[in-house]
Each structure stands twice: as C-alpha cells, then as structure tokens.
Design a protein around this ligand. Structure first.
Ligand code: SF4
Length: 353
C-alpha cells in the first residue's frame, strides 16, 4: 500500500524522578508540576488525533516521547503500551515508537517492547565523546551507546539516534566524530538537536556566569547542515533538526518561554533545508563557468519556499553576494527535491544592453 501522508501521535511521558542530572535538562525543576500519564490519557490522545487525520491512506504512528521510556517502572510501561498495542492489533495504527537512554536498554526491556509491538527505538546519545558526556553529566558512556544499539538491532527493532549540537566544549569536529561513530552502529534515522539553554538548569548557571556560550542560529545551521550531508551520504535519514516548538519551547523573547538562550528558531529544520538548497543552486551556477546576471529555476511548487528561503534569504544572498537575479518557474512535472536551472542573461548580455 502506498501511503500519502504520515501522521505521528505524540504522547509525552515525563520521566518523573529521573535519577540523572543532565546539565541541559530541567526535569528536576518541573517534575513537581508534571502529572503521571494514565491509560485514559493515552486513549484520549490517540482518539483525538485519529479524528483529526484527514487522509485515509496514511501511515499512523504512536510516539512515546519524553526521553527515558524504559526508565519508568515496568508496570507503567506495560500499562501504556497495552493501550497503544490495541490500536496496532485492530489496524487503526501502523506502529509504535519510543525514545530512551542508552543505559536503559537490556534484554528484558527489549522483550517487553517487542511483546507490545514497538517498532522503533530512539536512543538519546547526544555525543559519543566520553569527555563531553561527562561534562554535561549525562551519566552514560559511548560504550553504553554501542551496546544498546547493537542489542536493539539484534532484537529486530528499527534503531534511531538523537544527537545534540553545541554541547559544552563540543566542537564541530567532535560532532562530526560523533556522527561517524553513530553511522557505524547503523541507525535508520537520526535527529539533530542544537542545545538550547533552558530555565532552571545547570547549563543556565554556566551560561549566566560566562562558562558556556551557546551557538548562534547561523552556526547551528552550518553544523547541522554538515551532519545532514554526512548522514545522507551514509543513507541514514535525518528526520528532524531542531526541537519542536511548543508553548514553552519558543522564542526567549516570549515571556512564557522556558528558553533562556541558544539557537532557537521556530523553523530551524527549514533553515537548514533552505541552506542545503542554496548550496546546490550555487554549485550549479558555478558550474556554468560564465558570469551570470539572471537565472531561471524551475521547481515543483512544493519546493518554492526552499529556493526562496526563509524571509527570502536565499534570493537576497544571491543578489547581494553575486549580483544575481532569480526567476522562479513552478513546474509540477519536476520531481519534488529536484530543480532545473537555466541562464536568462549573462553579465555580458547585461553590459551589451
Ligand atoms: S535529559 Fe537527563 S536528566 Fe533529563 S530526563 Fe533525560 S536522563 Fe533525566
């Protein structure tokens, strides 16, 4: 069956009483305000989302997010998975995914997830550099990541990795090395999260006393782009770049925001994608080997925004840096993700005129 849409039903399961102290996380300060998720909550969320899905031929997945699903009590995991699995059994839902820490994976935990039809397990790796992991008090090592990843694959689950960009003392090279280490463990999917400084965390203190300097948005975009290229070459799909915006994860200028500083952008992934389009367009222009004044880019209507860029950034950059005008022609026969480029005017034509 060919799916037209893919829908995710996110269910946030906070790890109440998490014994770890990751310096970027505020779960200790919010745990008093967060309530336990019940079976009814899961059912209500699923039903609500199912009602809102418009496309019949869609792939639907329940995603238990929150970081450490297998760290919560076994009975609670079972309670929540049971509800989700009922929907998989009666074919209303196609699959279930969970996310957890590398040191919360063992054979027993995997058997439980298997029993309830979980398909994908995402590991919060953050970095494979033990010094950086220690610096952010992550509480696990690269060795744990290797062991957990191998076990997950051995049990037939789809493996996912989440890594962070801009952790304290992490350089661009450290992140490329993490990506190389992860690629060897053969994840199917990867998520890239630039570090944001969240209120009431140890990182906030480090930021305020000048020990930690967050990345800027352009720096985070560049680093994510490099990793995106790397993973794509390795045929690993990058499914997300940047945290999902919520009422609390939003611009630091918003008074309700939990974000104090860091490369927050409501469309961060889009910025990276636009920048990738910009690189590809520029490469083609350079290959013309003639100074061009005006070009036409033909694209599928789906990709107009990618070519134009956020707030027309791509078009403005081509004009400012290369004095180049761009005409965009929409063409439904061009496959999404592809484009055709032609010269409308060279610099010589322009001068002759
Ligand atoms: S990020 Fe670290 S401290 Fe926060 S919930 Fe996950 S394991 Fe616990």
């Amino acid at each position: 069956m060919k799916y037209i849409e893919q829908y995710i039903i996110p269910i946030f399961v906070p790890h109440l009483g998490c014994p770890n102290d990751c310096t970027f996380c505020n779960q200790k300060s919010i745990s008093g305000q967060t309530k336990k998720v019940t079976q009814k909550d899961v059912k209500d969320t699923i039903e609500e989302y199912l009602k809102s899905f418009k496309e019949e031929r869609s792939y639907k997945e329940i995603a238990f997010f929150g970081g450490s699903f297998t760290g919560i009590e076994k009975e609670k995991q079972e309670e929540l998975l049971k509800v989700a699995y009922e929907y998989v059994k009666n074919k209303e839902i196609d699959s279930i995914r969970i996310s957890t820490r590398p040191d919360y994976i063992d054979k027993e935990k995997l058997k439980l997830l298997k029993k309830y039809g979980v398909k994908t397990i995402e590991l919060g790796v953050q970095s494979t550099n033990d010094y950086i992991l220690k610096k952010c008090k992550r509480g696990h090592t690269y060795e744990d990541v290797k062991k957990a990843s191998k076990l997950i694959r051995k049990y037939g689950f789809e493996l996912g990795h989440q890594m962070m960009i801009g952790l304290p003392e992490s350089t661009r090279l450290d992140e490329l090395n993490t990506a190389k280490d992860l690629a060897k463990l053969k994840p199917k999917i990867v998520r890239l999260y630039p570090v944001l400084v969240i209120k009431n965390t140890e990182l906030e203190k480090e930021y305020k006393n000048g020990e930690y300097e967050p990345l800027t948005v352009p720096q985070a975009v560049e680093r994510c782009k490099e990793l995106y290229y790397f993973f794509t070459r390795k045929k690993i799909t990058v499914i997300r770049m940047g945290l999902q915006s919520t009422d609390l994860i939003c611009s630091p200028e918003n008074e309700k925001s939990e974000v104090v500083a860091g490369p927050y952008h409501e469309a961060f992934g889009q910025l990276v994608e636009d920048s990738i389009w910009y690189d590809s367009i520029l490469e083609k222009i350079k290959n013309f080997n003639v100074k061009v004044k005006e070009i036409q880019i033909e694209i599928n209507p789906e990709n107009v925004n990618n070519v134009v860029g956020h707030k027309k950034e791509n078009i403005s950059k081509l004009k400012e840096i290369y004095d180049l005008d761009v005409k965009i022609k929409q063409n439904k026969t061009i496959k999404p993700g592809k484009f055709e480029i032609s010269i409308l005017k060279t610099y010589k034509d322009f001068l002759d005129e």
